[in-house]
Design a binder for this molecule. Structure first.
Ligand code: BG6
Length: 476
């Protein structure tokens, strides 16, 4: 069996603190924006945390992480991506001193990973801005956020520099375009937020991200610090040049973020958009210099591709990951309407590598599906998730092809390697994991963990360094 995956390829899984830790007020943790989003983006935020918010308990990873990390190790994980809940470290966000118990939790978690030779890959901010920063400062619209974030990252780097080598500054930083509250902690309702404020907030995040790279390189010369973007290749619906231009503009709207991170300055194409929308970004003296601290690698999530058209009669409800577009008539969709396009991952890898010539890391990819827990012939509870195996196999096969195309890929962490609460709809029913967690949408369940069929499948993929993957074309 041959494989194109390099020997040191980082295989693993990814999660985010707010979607699995639970313990939302344990050991001094403050509230985050997630604690008032009981239905994700599917319904408005609440005033206070409410008992229907599944994230308050999550899958109780905060208290059960040892059992879960052991299962990750059994699958052979080389890397485990998680985020640090900002409000565990700085409960309000604007304090001068961190919360020791929060810091200790992540020390223990990283030690547990390292015990099995699993490298932690840490997202510094994953949709969990302290609620106080949102309510009091209006999140990233306010320049003061750069200072709060700087204090937070300095604290993390000083504490974990011997343990964490791989860092991501902001999860899906471009998602602020569609979800300013969840992504950017911006309290102003989306409908009332001006483009001026939105892009000024984006500028503050871009500066903060570059500052984290600068500080990280100074404090941890061995560390690799990346950006993280939501990737969603946008195809023209037809070869009509009007559609091609429309798709180009949709891609540029997203590309802005990785462009600045990788190149160290704003791309020219955005000036036209700024001019047409009366946006004038306020740069402070050092901003241009700070932005020059470019990332070591580009990481991204990939779930779907989408189409665009200039023809209003051909527009329909194409669902994407937080972003919408037009459906592709050639693709099938998941139960949540996300269109499945393994080749789009190869396209994305080639595009980014050609555009940036920096190593790439796929830090999210997977299938959200309804699973049924059954009892197998040996009497073990499991899920026969052939649909998930097929999804992952077909995407990973395309990663292999991209590597053969010459793309430098550092690793792959499949999303929600253990079932967790979904981000967009905040439900348990939408499951991604290799490990089933007994918890239901109504909050019932024992929280017991069970291995799905995909558990052994992924173990073999990792064990063979990708050689066990099968060519989807051979099945056709
Ligand atoms: C990404 C996020 O947008 O997609 C994750 O970074 C999220 O936090 C994932 O969980 C899948 O989306 P969902 O809505 O199915 O959980």
């Amino acid at each position: 069996m041959t494989t194109s995956f390099p020997k040191d390829f980082l295989w693993g899984g990814a999660v985010a603190a707010n979607q699995l830790e639970g313990a939302y007020n344990q050991d001094g943790k403050g509230l985050s924006v997630q604690d008032v989003l009981p239905k994700g983006i599917a319904a408005p935020r609440t005033e206070e945390p409410t008992s229907d918010n599944l994230k308050l308990v999550g899958i109780d990873f905060y208290n059960r992480y040892k059992e879960d990390v052991k299962l990750f190790a059994e699958m052979g994980f080389k890397v485990f991506r998680t985020s640090i809940a900002w409000s565990r470290i700085f409960p309000q966000g604007d304090e001068l001193e961190p919360n020791e118990k929060g810091l200790q939790f992540y020390d223990d978690l990283f030690d547990e990973c390292l015990k099995y030779g699993i490298e932690p890959l840490v997202t510094i901010s994953h949709y969990e801005t302290p609620l106080h920063l949102s309510k009091t400062y209006n999140g990233w619209v306010n320049r003061k956020m750069i200072g709060f974030y700087e204090r937070y990252v300095r604290t993390l780097f000083a504490r974990y520099k011997g343990k964490v080598k791989y860092w991501l500054t902001f999860n899906e930083i471009n998602s602020i375009l569609e979800e300013p509250f969840m992504s950017g902690g911006i309290f102003t309702p989306k409908e009332q937020l001006s483009k001026q404020d939105l892009y000024q907030a984006i500028h503050h995040e871009l500066v903060a991200s570059a500052l984290a790279v600068k500080i990280g390189h100074e404090m941890m010369p061995e560390a690799k610090i990346g950006c993280m973007v939501l990737s969603m290749p946008t195809y023209p619906l037809t070869p009509n040049p009007d559609d091609v231009v429309k798709a180009m503009h949709a891609e540029q709207r997203n590309d802005l973020f990785a462009d600045v991170h990788a190149r160290g300055y704003y791309p020219k194409y955005i000036n036209r958009y700024f001019k047409e929308n009366n946006i004038s970004i306020q740069f402070e003296d050092d901003d241009a210099e700070i932005l020059k601290h470019t990332v070591d690698f580009i990481s991204f999530s990939y779930y779907v591709s989408i189409c665009e058209t200039a023809d209003p009669d051909k527009r329909n409800e194409g669902k994407g990951n937080l972003f919408a577009g037009v459906q592709n008539p050639y693709l099938k969709a998941s139960e949540w309407g996300w269109q499945i396009d393994p080749q789009g991952l190869r396209v994305t890898l080639n595009k980014y590598y050609d555009r940036y010539q920096k190593p790439l890391f796929i830090v999210e990819n997977g299938l959200g599906a309804i699973d049924e827990l059954v009892t197998d012939e040996q009497g073990n509870k499991t899920v026969i998730d052939d649909y998930r195996i097929q999804y992952l196999n077909d995407h990973l096969f395309e990663v292999g092809k991209a590597i053969e195309d010459g793309v430098e890929v550092m690793g792959y962490t499949s999303w929600g390697c253990i079932d967790l609460v979904s981000a967009s709809t905040a439900e348990m029913k939408k499951r991604y994991g290799f490990i089933y967690v007994d918890r239901n949408n109504d909050g019932t369940g024992s929280l017991e963990r069970y291995k799905k069929k995909s558990f052994d499948w992924y173990k073999e993929v990792i064990g063979t360094n990708g050689a066990s993957l099968t060519d989807p074309a051979a099945k056709k």
